[in-house]
Ligand binder design. Structure first.
Ligand code: A2P
Length: 269
């Protein structure tokens, strides 16, 4: 195959178990964050919230990481949202991709941030920090979420205001979408918050839960009877919010045993 990485065309074999995808668009948000879209492999199916292994050929070998699929499962392309780690083995290279370059994907999506791992409920809370919003970009663009729940609350907190832009654009695109806009009307609520800059909302998600702000903006405190929670962020964030869910009496779900909350690490490197 002819593989183009960072503008250079390399003659190399596609490793077993992978396929290559052309990059269709790239958008940089900050010096730490960017998103990109690619072709979707023929026959590639995934459930909203799942991740796949994607990456690049580096020094003749595949270097891949788990990336949540941010696009809706009905879209023709795939979208990913990534951090840029200056000395990260993959993202230091991936951040330079351009339209027409190729990435690798192992077309076997998996994950626990899926409806199948949750019992039926009324309110769905999507709790995210940083690039942890990526799986929820897929979830809130899935018409099914508006059939399964009465309210969907997307919380996204980042250090800086500029880091919230991806989520702001995303939610705007849902509300202005011909079909999704009607479904999401009065059902999808977005609560972006900055933790290290002045903004209309500030503070960590655990503070929002503890000081009653989450209850106030959603119409009542978290309750395992009718609420379901999906959590995606750093290990520290997962520990904190998993602990809080358990304190509220929520049971963790999995694909084989659905529960009241599910968690997944936002991967980077
Ligand atoms: P803070 O600015 O107070 O550290 P990071 O870029 O380090 O992954 O952080 C992304 C966001 O997650 C930041 O807003 C950060 O808040 C927040 N955060 C970090 N650790 C936790 C945690 N244990 N629980 C909840 N939020 C967290």
């Amino acid at each position: 195959m002819d593989q183009i990485v960072g503008g250079a065309r390399l003659a190399t074999e596609v490793p077993k178990g992978f396929v290559t995808l052309d990059v269709l668009s790239v958008q940089h948000y900050t010096d730490r964050l960017f998103s990109f879209t690619t072709q979707r492999p023929a026959g590639f199916r995934f459930r909203s919230g799942e991740f796949a292994m994607i990456g690049l050929m580096i020094d003749g070998k595949p270097l891949v990481r788990a990336y949540s699929i941010a696009s809706a499962n009905w879209e023709e392309h795939l979208e990913f949202y990534s951090i840029k780690v200056p000395d990260g083995p993959l993202t230091s290279k991936l951040q330079n991709i351009q339209i027409g370059d190729q990435i690798l994907i192992r077309p076997k999506p998996v994950g626990t941030l899926v409806f199948d791992a949750l019992l039926p409920g009324k309110r769905l809370f999507l709790l995210s920090t940083g690039t942890g919003i990526a799986p929820f970009a897929s979830v809130i663009r899935d018409p099914e979420v508006y059939e399964k729940f009465d309210q969907v609350h997307l919380l996204h907190s980042c250090r800086n205001v500029a880091e919230l832009q991806y989520g702001i654009d995303l939610v705007q695109s849902v509300h202005s979408h011909d079909y999704l806009g009607d479904l999401a009307d009065g059902m999808l609520y977005h609560h972006p918050s900055a933790t290290r800059e002045i903004y209309k909302n500030t503070g960590r998600i655990d503070d929002w839960i503890k000081d009653g702000r989450l209850a106030q903006m959603s119409g009542g405190d978290l309750t395992p009877e009718t609420d379901r929670v999906m959590i995606c962020g750093s290990m520290a964030m997962l520990d904190t919010l998993k602990g809080l869910c358990e304190e509220h009496g929520f049971l963790e779900g999995s694909n084989s045993k659905p529960g009241q909350f599910v968690i997944e690490k936002a991967f980077a490197g």
